[in-house]
Design a protein around this ligand. Sequence first.
Ligand code: DC
Length: 194
Amino acid sequence: MIFTVAVDGPAAAGKGTISRALADRFGFAHLDTGLLYRAVGAKGGDPVQAAEGLTPEDLARGDLRTMAAGEAASKVAAIPAVRAALVAFQRNFARRAGGAVLDGRDIGTVICPEAEVKLFVTASAEVRAHRRWLEVGGDAAQVLAEVRARDDRDMNRADAPLKPASDAVLIDTSDLSIDAAVEAAAAEVARRLG
Ligand code: DC
């Protein structure tokens, strides 16, 4: 069975948690596409070469989850040749046998516009910054400023900007528990699976 669930949205909206839960529940493979851009940003040197030569070891680095790695990822993700180098891998993953969940920014719009289910998971910048702050600590106002700066860069780049696909189902997690958000997402998948 070929079945793709595209989960897009801004940083710290809950995409990763929802995607992992969907993959577990339905037995699908999961790809966190942000990790690809984080690995490219962390590798240093020429980002296009880094994207073209990305290895499994690059994706296994222990320092990819930091705010700094997210910031570096957002910068290299604006380079069209970096995005182009990562397309085939993501498309092959999306259409692998057995079903796949991919989370990112452009899965439903660019990588897999034919995805069977498209979700756009979002939350207010304040709520997302608060979640990030609970994880990383530090100055709350600065975390909010960084979340806003990353939104701005991801939404306003020329190539594959963050935006909901016209047929995406919106899930706003600002006032939802994790369980409620997962159930809302799972209901969409179950509905499409029949
Ligand atoms: O989801 P994340 O925070 O790990 O993503 C890090 C950055 O990578 C994000 O700010 C923008 C970029 N990204 C992207 O441009 N396209 C994707 N499909 C996933 C991430």
